[in-house]
Design a protein around this ligand. Structure first.
Ligand SMILES: [Fe+2]
Ligand SMILES: [Fe+2]
Length: 475
């Protein structure tokens, strides 16, 4: 078991005090991080006491401490899951070799890129969500937003620790860069598309935490398999925190649906639920379409020689590599992918290693479907026939094989013009955005109260009542 030090400037279980040079470098980065947090973190709540969980160890039963804390004083720490003794690389050409504790020279650039790309998403999401608090539907939700935000901040710390401790000067420069890029800024954007999209309302926030944080989960699962052991250990502990982010998304969308179902009942099922201030199901479907497809892009191209190389070299595996797959070398076998050719789809067999992005995406889509099924059970129980659906992975794509074709949500290829003409049937248009925004102009700061468009949660956080004052907000 690793030793936890919680009384130093940077809480950690990596014996930071034994490496003075590294400790000093991180202590120099820390105030820059806090400056970034104050500038780009939740706007208007930095002085509030927020009831937050803080990671204090990696013990499965007691890794977190809950208390009121002002966000800029949050104790962002460095925690790696315990080392697995004699761990071996579980896939690729180096299958069965001992894992690396230091970065192998030949993989240095690739690993740095993987870590920077993951690290960049963490502060990006905080930036995307920085104004949401001002339109919160309840103190419970406000607290969950901030919980997600501070933990994305800790995930940035996790990646910066790896950069500082294993990549020398380049690593330190990359760590600075992570604080300099800005979500949505045309001059210095974040690295990945979905993390430059605005997340302006709470329906988007719930969809984001369901779909986009879940991409994060699958990227972390793939990196947890890495032969570079410090990366594996770091990402394994990040997954512990990530579970709550997806809970926020899954239950958030579910509560929107519950409330909509209730209002539909009140409206006699035939009436317009917008008249009662609810979010109609077709609008929910459009936001689902948007965030699901933006998140699909994050897995990269369907056929990818980079993905093949990551796998071959033991840098990035598949989710649950050992449990879910039998052949961990993957030099044989193919993955069937529908490739657009002259306006039609042709099924092609892609060598397994080149299809690794698509295979990770398959696991992700199946996981998303489980959540959508739960949402649909709410509709079913309410006697409503409408069902939410994941759109085809050919729909609304900007990366990979389908980036240059247009498709309907059911996956039929159509002309660009038809797509443009019908876009508003499938994705939120200006009127939908304006409507959703209009429901959220006033924040709800009274403990226990919920905005009209959202059902209360089933229970509070960590044994606290729903009426608990999760955020002491100074008006
Ligand atoms: Fe994260
Ligand atoms: Fe997350």
């Amino acid at each position: 078991m690793s030793n936890v030090v919680n009384d130093t400037r940077i809480p950690n279980n990596v014996d930071l005090a034994s490496d003075k040079k590294l400790q000093r470098a991180l202590e120099q980065w820390q105030p820059k991080f806090v400056d970034w947090w104050v500038e780009m973190g939740p706007e208007g709540f930095q002085k509030d006491d927020v009831w937050l969980r803080t990671a204090i160890s990696v013990e499965s039963d007691g890794w977190a401490h809950f208390d009121y804390v002002k966000m800029p004083e949050y104790r962002w720490g460095i925690f790696l899951a315990d080392q697995v003794p004699n761990r071996k690389i579980g896939f690729g050409d180096n299958l069965g070799q001992p894992v690396w504790q230091e970065v192998p020279g030949e993989h240095r650039n690739t690993l740095r890129r993987l870590i920077v790309t993951q690290g960049d998403t963490e502060p990006a999401s905080v930036e995307q969500q920085r104004l949401l608090g001002q339109t919160c539907p309840s103190l419970y939700d406000l607290r969950n937003l901030f919980q997600v935000n501070v933990e994305e901040g800790r995930h940035l710390w996790a990646m910066v620790y790896l950069l500082h401790s294993h990549f020398g000067r380049d690593g330190r420069e990359e760590a600075e860069g992570l604080l300099e890029r800005r979500s949505g800024n045309p001059d210095k954007p974040r690295i990945l598309g979905a993390f430059n999209e605005p997340c302006q309302n709470w329906l988007s926030f719930f969809m984001f935490t369901f779909f986009t944080d879940r991409d994060g989960k699958y990227q972390l699962l793939a990196l947890a398999e890495s032969g570079f052991d410090p990366l594996s250990r770091t990402t394994r502990f990040m997954l512990t925190e990530e579970a709550h982010h997806m809970f926020v998304g899954e239950t958030g969308v579910m509560r929107v649906i519950e409330r909509t179902a209730q209002l539909m009942k009140e409206a006699g099922f035939s009436g317009d639920v917008r008249k009662l201030g609810g979010i109609d199901l077709p609008t929910i479907q459009k936001y689902l379409n948007l965030w699901f497809t933006l998140s699909l892009d994050l897995f990269g191209g369907e056929i990818s020689s980079n993905a093949a190389a990551f796998f071959a070299h033991g840098l990035k595996g598949r989710a649950h590599e050992e449990k879910e797959f039998d052949d961990h070398v993957a030099l044989e076998g193919f993955h069937a992918i529908d490739v657009p050719r002259d306006g039609k789809l042709a099924r092609e067999d892609v060598p397994m290693r080149n299809a690794m992005n698509e295979i990770l995406r398959d696991s992700y889509v199946a996981d998303c479907q489980r959540g959508v099924d739960k949402w649909n059970r709410v509709l079913e129980a309410a006697g409503i026939e409408y069902r939410l659906k994941l759109p085809s992975r050919r729909f609304h794509r900007h990366i990979g094989l389908y980036a240059d074709v247009s498709a309907t949500p059911t996956g039929e290829l159509i002309g660009k013009e038809e797509f443009t003409r019908r876009r508003g049937e499938w994705l939120p248009d200006a009127a939908d955005e304006a409507y959703v925004q209009s429901l959220m102009t006033k924040p709800v700061y009274e403990a226990g109260k919920m905005a009209n468009w959202l059902a209360p949660p089933a229970r509070g956080i960590k044994g606290k009542a729903i009426e608990f004052e999760y955020v002491r907000h100074e008006l």
